[in-house]
Design a protein around this ligand. Structure first.
Ligand SMILES: C[C@@](CO)(OP(=O)(O)O)[C@H](O)COP(=O)(O)OP(=O)(O)OC[C@H]1O[C@@H](n2ccc(N)nc2=O)[C@H](O)[C@@H]1O
Ligand SMILES: Nc1ncnc2c1ncn2[C@@H]1O[C@H](COP(=O)(O)OP(=O)(O)O)[C@@H](O)[C@H]1O
Length: 300
């Protein structure tokens, strides 16, 4: 096979509960991931060396050197296989960069699946999941997709059945936020308040809403412990969230570490109207309707 293409979704966190800072610099989480229909595509072509190029909306914001997560993923896979394989990786980028939607993780997951196929390794999914966890906390979920609870630093996953399709609108922001800075701001705000940080717990009402496909209940139980930190670093996100609520969103939340804002809609038609309302009033320059859950990294 000389060329393989894999489609990989973005995510939103419908619950993100952040425990105390660990000694390794990470936080223990209850991270309820939900894969949504905004996709990157990663194509791997036969080559001597491992290289990457990026096309699409956000290509100018993505590193094409060794810092690219897709390159790191391909290298980690080649190392695991014990051979000096090569691949030209082409990323068609639709997921916002540094937006709290796990775009880099998606490309890493895409590169793992694509190179496993291109190089004929035939590694089982479990092996790819282990390599993924070393690449980043969110990479295993990008492989898995659907809806899942992540514990540990987010890499230990249990799949969650959902009772229906949920419709979302994502308001994209100018410029990204660094995940590490948002966690650091969360720690700083917690230190300043001196309140004890509770051990993160799965929200039973949220589980029930996901299981029954009840968008109204899900909207009421969305939660994100990083939201206050993201708003502290980007105060202009507050009015964006408020504008979504005014336009009838069932829930409005910062996606992960932000700055993308996620709005839960009643149905596909409402999502379209909500997106239009956010852009025509200037509350967001770009608002993208999407649905979830969708599959994780998939060979095309
Ligand atoms: C916040 C979340 C929510 O899903 O995603 P994003 O919003 O960035 O997409 C994740 O926890 C991000 O996961 P990911 O982007 O893979 O982070 P990593 O590369 O593993 O870690 C980057 C940095 O984030 C912080 N980090 C990450 C995960 C975690 N459980 N605790 C942390 O404190 C650490 O400072 C770490 O050095
Ligand atoms: N393939 C990639 N796509 C996007 N960003 C990447 C990629 N590889 C490395 N990066 C770096 O990772 C950072 C975080 O990107 P991303 O995963 O999109 O954000 P987030 O962690 O907020 O979901 C970017 O600012 C960029 O420098």
């Amino acid at each position: 096979m000389s060329s393989v293409t894999v489609r990989v979704p973005a995510k939103v966190n419908v619950q993100l509960s952040v425990g105390p800072l660990r000694e390794d610099g990470f936080h223990d989480l209850v991270n309820v991931f939900h894969a949504v229909s905004i996709f990157d595509e990663v194509t791997a072509k036969e080559s001597e060396a491992i290289t990457v190029s990026v096309s699409g909306k956000w290509s100018n914001q993505v590193p094409v050197d060794d810092g690219n997560l897709a390159i790191k993923a391909a290298r980690a896979l080649a190392k695991h296989a014990g051979r000096g394989y090569g691949a030209d990786l082409l990323i068609q980028k639709d997921i916002p960069v540094a937006g709290g939607m796990a775009g880099g993780s998606a490309d890493a997951a895409g590169a793992l699946v694509a190179c496993n196929e291109l190089w004929g390794l035939g590694l089982p999914f479990e092996d790819l999941m282990e390599i993924a966890a070393d690449l980043g906390s969110d990479v295993p979920f990008s492989l898995l997709g659907g809806t899942a609870v992540g514990t540990g630093r987010g890499e230990q996953l249990s799949e969650l059945p959902t009772g229906g399709v949920f419709h979302w609108v994502f308001a994209l922001a100018d410029g990204g936020l660094s995940t590490a800075s948002v966690y650091a701001e969360c720690d700083r705000l917690r230190e300043a308040s001196a309140a004890e940080v509770p051990w993160p717990q799965l929200d039973d009402s949220l589980m029930e809403a996901l299981g029954t496909g009840d968008a109204y209940a899900l909207g009421a139980h969305l939660s994100n412990d990083l939201q206050e930190a993201a708003l502290s670093l980007r105060p202009e996100l507050g009015p964006t969230l408020e504008a979504g609520r005014q336009h009838g969103a069932l829930g409005a939340i910062v996606s992960g570490s932000g700055p993308t804002c996620a709005f839960l809609a009643i149905d596909a038609l409402h999502a379209r109207d909500l997106a239009r309302g956010l852009t025509t009033t200037g509350a967001a320059h770009t608002a993208v309707p999407a649905h979830g859950p969708v599959a994780g990294a998939t060979l095309l």
